[in-house]
Design a binder for this molecule. Structure first.
Ligand code: ADP
Ligand code: ADP
Length: 221
């Protein structure tokens, strides 16, 4: 059964511009899916509908049979915790160390000190940054900062990871390192959705691809 389902979803922003039109998509548990397409085609909007940052104007989004647009308060917060999100620009807190950036989300969710410590090391290890735990973001390369943001996204062990142009600011080597980590997370059972317009990366990674053009979805392979 589908973990993520979109049924005839459309999104028109307040200014009247249609970003998505009649999108239907089904993603099963354990899938790794690339979403490609030109800039402005609606890729970010699609992910925003999934993590509940935007609501569809029409149609239905279901995450594990729950509709984020219908949830409020604690229930919406709980659903969001099951979705890790990674952005192109990392969004790390500048004056906090790597370890603090990663533990912050757990602390905000009320995890105990012991539980935070127990979860921090495996997350750092997964992205190969145990030795950078006490560094500040500005001391890291772009690739390393993105790996910190991946560790932060998965430290709460969400079943779903969404990455919006995660390699958009990285050179080919660092881009591939990031994709390798996402593949590794997928292999341990996390369902991964990645937007990118990097055709090379898509070819190397060899996962199913859908394309969005002008707000409409086309299946590539
Ligand atoms: P992509 O991620 O493929 O670059 P987006 O989903 O960011 O595309 O944008 C799709 C369309 O929606 C674009 O025309 C964009 O200008 C418009 N758009 C995105 N966010 C907003 C917003 N908050 N308000 C109005 N229009 C928006
Ligand atoms: P890349 O080749 O991946 O782009 P850089 O050349 O930016 O990486 O950095 C190489 C190494 O130097 C990285 O391990 C990074 O952590 C470290 N580094 C980069 N900038 C700084 C800095 N301002 N202070 C301390 N260490 C840094």
């Amino acid at each position: 059964e589908a973990l993520i389902q979109l049924r005839q979803v459309s999104k028109t922003y307040a200014n009247g511009s249609p970003a998505l039109t009649g999108i239907s998509l089904s993603v099963n548990k354990g899938d790794f899916l690339f979403i490609t397409g030109p800039s402005g085609s609606g890729k970010s909007t699609l992910l925003k509908l999934l993590y509940g940052a935007e609501r569809p104007s029409d149609g239905e989004v279901l995450i594990d049979r729950e509709n984020p647009a219908r949830l409020k308060g604690n229930k919406l917060a709980f659903l969001r915790r099951r979705i890790g999100v990674v952005f192109q620009d990392y969004k790390l807190i500048p004056r906090r160390t790597v370890a603090e950036n990663i533990s912050f989300v757990l602390w905000a969710q009320g995890y105990s000190r012991g539980e935070i410590q127990r979860r921090l090391q495996p997350a750092l290890k997964m992205v190969g940054l145990v030795h950078k735990a006490d560094c500040f973001p500005e001391e890291l390369s772009g690739g390393e900062q993105q790996r910190v943001s991946i560790a932060r996204a998965i430290v709460g062990t969400p079943p779903i990871l969404l990455a919006d142009e995660p390699t958009g600011n990285l050179d080919p080597d660092n881009s591939w390192q990031v994709i390798k980590i996402l593949k590794k997370l997928n292999q341990i059972g996390i369902t991964v959705l990645v937007t990118t317009h990097d055709e090379n990366l898509i070819r190397m990674a060899n996962h199913p691809v859908v394309q969005i053009r002008g707000g409409r979805l086309y299946r590539e392979r």
